[in-house]
Design a protein around this ligand. Structure first.
Ligand code: KG4
Ligand code: ZN
Length: 333
């Protein structure tokens, strides 16, 4: 079965083709250069770029997969959560393709897509497992009992971890997105130079990163630096100290959840799961008898292959959407 997957939930225009669970193509057209000067995503620009690029991304995905639209058996599209204008572009495009071709349409939740991304890899867990989704829009822990059976154990009460990375990067004058830049810079800095707080929220599996962000703001003020104008050496140490705090909290919460849920498998996914320090520390959990599953970096960040595999699994369960499917900015799992 050939599945066409589409994700336009935020700032990446992504189209993929899968043959059952195998990726034939996974095109991700990044809009970053159009947003970076604003220090974050500008929704209006994102929607317009999706409109300009969606057809081109689809042609590229089909040609890389050496296939044609008429050979596609199923169209899977992300319909939320995300930026409403961005989602609408992918959804309207997918509905039009489905209507014109008569091919079935399946709407996919973006968060479920991130969870299912691990099943695109050679090594994937059996159910049940713990899943930490850590991205620009989400930081949540789920107990995943089966395909489609998700129990939320905790979520961020304020900023997502990726959002905190992006905001701290902005304070340091590092541009958008902040995650990859802080990740690289932290390697050159000392993570003990500044003692930033660890928001553990003892007794809860929720997260809170806005206080940590504020702590960086206060630190810069106390050091006498203006936001966006920080010497390189200090930037490195702040990046390393900030990252150490985020990773400490994420790893600790995984341990708590593994223990309280009596699980021994964890999947870490979403854009921040591409972080090298988080990946390094996650690998160390194996010493504690925990089986750790990390999608490759390109499958951690937003991509349409994760939407396609989720759509395929939903289709196999008989879940099909109709043309009344609407985009949802807020869409819990
Ligand atoms: O999953 P994703 O591509 O989009 C959302 O669904 O949000 O995640 C994007 C987020 C951004 O906040 C970005 O700064 C962060 O993931 N990110 C990283 C890294 N690569 C991307 N954060 C830390 N380290 C990275 N290497
Ligand atoms: Zn995402």
């Amino acid at each position: 079965m050939l599945i066409l997957g589409i994700d336009t939930s935020c700032d990446d225009t992504s189209v993929a083709v899968l043959k059952n669970r195998n990726i034939l193509s996974n095109i991700v057209s990044s809009q970053i250069k159009f947003h970076s000067k604003y220090g974050g995503i500008v929704p209006e620009i994102a929607s317009r770029k999706h409109i300009e690029w969606i057809w081109d991304a689809t042609e590229k995905a089909l040609s890389e997969a050496k296939t044609d639209l008429k050979d596609i058996d199923l169209i899977a599209v992300c319909y939320g959560p995300g930026l409403i204008g961005s989602l609408l572009v992918g959804l309207c495009f997918a509905k039009s393709l489905s209507y014109a071709s008569g091919k079935p349409l399946v709407g996919v939740n973006h968060i479920e897509g991130h969870i299912q991304a691990i099943f695109l890899e050679k090594s994937y867990p059996e159910y049940p497992f713990l899943c930490l989704i850590v991205s620009g829009g989400h930081t949540s822990l789920y107990r995943v009992n089966d395909f489609g059976a998700y129990k939320e154990l905790g979520r961020t009460r304020d900023d997502a971890a990726g959002e905190a990375y992006d905001k701290v990067a902005k304070m340091l004058g590092l541009g958008y997105p902040g995650g990859p830049v802080i990740d690289a810079l932290a390697k050159e800095g000392c993570n003990e130079k500044f003692n930033l707080p660890r928001p553990y929220l003892h007794g809860s599996l929720d997260f809170s990163f806005s206080g940590l962000k504020t702590a960086v703001k206060v630190l810069l003020k106390n050091l006498g630096y203006k936001e966006g104008n920080v010497p390189d050496e200090i930037k490195k140490d702040i990046a390393a100290s900030f990252q150490a705090s985020v990773v400490d909290v994420l790893i600790e919460k995984i341990k708590w959840a593994i223990s309280s849920e009596k699980l021994n498998r964890v999947v870490i996914t979403g854009g921040v799961a591409a972080n090298s320090e988080l990946r390094r520390r996650a690998e160390m959990l194996k010493d504690k008898g925990i089986n750790v599953y990390l999608p490759s970096k390109s499958l951690c960040t937003d991509n349409a292959a994760m939407i396609a595999i989720t759509g395929y699994n939903k289709f196999l369960k008989g879940e099909i959407s109709d043309l009344f499917l609407n985009a949802r900015a807020y869409l819990p799992l």
